[in-house]
Design a protein around this ligand. Structure first.
Ligand code: CMP
Length: 138
């Protein structure tokens, strides 16, 4: 059993896609074991994306993540890190496969609707960034 962090980004929240994204996880046998809505401030977004701090898009990305509320979730299931990334599709919606969350709901490389951890180590960091142990249903 594995866990991963999922974020419904400000663009998808603003466009009213929270329900459809959650339904996609549930239909695909992925359990939601923690969930909350937060409005990140610049420090919060910069800390979360610290690994990208040297990238040219860091400023725009962190500003975008503060534009409005996001929904953060801990997802649980067998091989859920890879399965969530498959459901999300490619980072750039232009390259995302038909039916994936980013194909359905993203509008650009930056405004790409959802985030998902890419490896067990990043999942552990990202889950701990938003949730303490008491906030995660066993
Ligand atoms: P995410 O999966 O949240 O991880 C890092 C994010 O940075 C990524 O989704 C995109 O939203 C964003 N991103 C990645 N590459 C670029 C880029 N070249 N220009 C702008 N944003 C990017």
């Amino acid at each position: 059993m594995e866990r991963t962090l999922s974020i419904i980004k400000p663009d998808a929240v603003r466009a009213g896609h929270i329900g459809e994204i959650i339904a996609t996880f549930e239909k695909n046998n992925i359990r939601i074991v923690a969930m909350k809505m937060v409005h990140l401030d610049p420090k919060g977004a910069e800390g979360f994306y610290a690994v990208h701090r040297e990238r040219p898009f860091f400023g725009e990305l962190t500003a975008f993540m503060c534009e409005g509320p996001v929904v953060v979730m801990v997802l649980e299931g067998d091989n859920v890190i890879a399965r969530n990334r498959e459901l999300m599709g490619a980072t750039n919606p232009a390259d995302a496969a038909e039916g994936t969350l980013r194909k359905r709901f993203a509008s650009s490389l930056q405004n790409n609707a959802v985030h998902g951890s890419d490896a067990p180590e990043t999942a552990a960091f990202e889950i701990g960034y938003f949730f303490n142990a008491l906030e995660i249903a066993g």
